[in-house]
Design a protein around this ligand. Structure first.
Ligand code: HPA
Ligand code: ZN
Length: 324
């Protein structure tokens, strides 16, 4: 099963590039930029990656990305993950990035964009790996700030595949961002949002109704509402489920209790992603292997999950045919 899952050409729809920052690279970039880290060693950093909820993770996630200062840091960050993912059989990644988290630290948008866009280009040319770009907005920051950043990003609008919504979900309902998502729609930008990870099933409905999103990131708590499940099935909305993330952030106690088999049994359009692989115990291959072990799925299940992701990925029609 390991070799089959490694060789299966996989498509990842839910990946925060800042969450792919491995401690080894964090140390290298800290040294390059003359930044002190709160950890003495790589092992000490890894030992700190124990979380009891999303908020605890986010604190270390924002702290870790503090080493990203220059264009080449963003390029190195992305290439480091792209190479690793390609080695695990990943052929396409829709990648979230968090501009506000960098602007807040005084890192200009042009620095972030030029580093990531260069990595995207080099990945296509040298790794046969295609990349979709999702500019994500932090839902625990003011809605006006998000709108301002979207306007500021005007030179890059045509390079974006979508906008997204991430960070602390509880008490930050989708409706808070209605103006942002309306503006994105007006600009012809596709929309996605995290919903139903730590927040209630109702947030999934809100994201679909009020933000008019095309896919739901996570969405596992949909099972708390028969009505939401029925809708997701009827409209065949893709859920980007991140099994090891859900275990790390205690959305579920352990993988055997994960609702993935139930989501599939309900006829939902499920896909598997890694979310923040440097923090949650591994990338696409680890997530697939963990599911094989926990749920005993056969090859046909993994093929179906991959078809679901190919259908939804931000790729050209030619590329989609190539992936099928
Ligand atoms: N959930 C919400 N926000 C995030 C996550 C996540 O899993 N990872 C990075 N930002
Ligand atoms: Zn996420």
């Amino acid at each position: 099963m390991h070799d089959f899952l490694r060789d299966l050409p996989k498509v990842e729809l839910h990946l925060h590039i800042e969450g792919s920052l491995e401690p080894e690279l964090m140390f290298a970039l800290a040294q390059r930029n003359g930044i002190d880290l709160p950890y003495a060693t790589v092992q000490e950093a890894k030992n700190a990656y124990l979380f009891s909820n999303l908020q605890e993770f986010l604190a270390l996630y924002f702290q870790g990305m503090n080493v990203l200062r220059k264009e080449e840091d963003f390029y190195d960050l992305a290439m480091d993950y792209f190479k690793r993912a390609r080695g695990e059989g990943v052929v396409h990644i829709d990648m979230h990035f968090d501009p506000q988290a960098h602007l807040q630290r005084g890192v200009p948008l042009d620095v972030v964009m030029s580093g990531l866009l260069k990595a995207k280009q080099v990945a296509a040319e040298t790794l046969d790996l295609t990349i979709g770009l999702i500019m994500a907005f932090l839902r625990d920051r003011p809605a006006e700030e998000a709108l301002h950043v979207l306007e500021q990003a005007a030179p890059y609008w045509k390079m974006l595949d979508a906008i997204g919504l991430d960070s602390a979900e509880q008490n930050n309902p989708p409706a808070k961002f209605v103006d942002l998502f309306n503006r994105a729609k007006q600009l012809g930008l596709v929309r996605v949002a995290h919903a139903g990870e730590e927040g209630p099933a109702e947030y999934i409905n809100e994201a679909l109704d009020i933000l008019d999103v095309q896919r739901i990131d996570h969405g596992v708590r949909c099972l708390e509402s028969d009505e939401v499940v029925a809708r997701l099935r009827r409209e065949q909305i893709v859920l980007t489920v991140c099994p090891l993330s859900n275990v790390s952030l205690k959305v579920v106690e352990n993988l055997r209790d994960h609702p993935l088999p139930k989501l599939l049994a309900e006829g939902l359009k499920v896909t598997i992603s890694s979310d923040d692989p440097a923090y949650f115990g591994g990338g696409m291959l680890s997530n697939h292997m963990a599911c094989a072990e926990a749920f005993g799925w056969d090859k046909s299940v993994f093929r179906q999950l991959t078809f679901n992701a190919i259908d939804e990925a931000f790729v050209t029609n030619d590329r989609r045919e190539e992936l099928r």
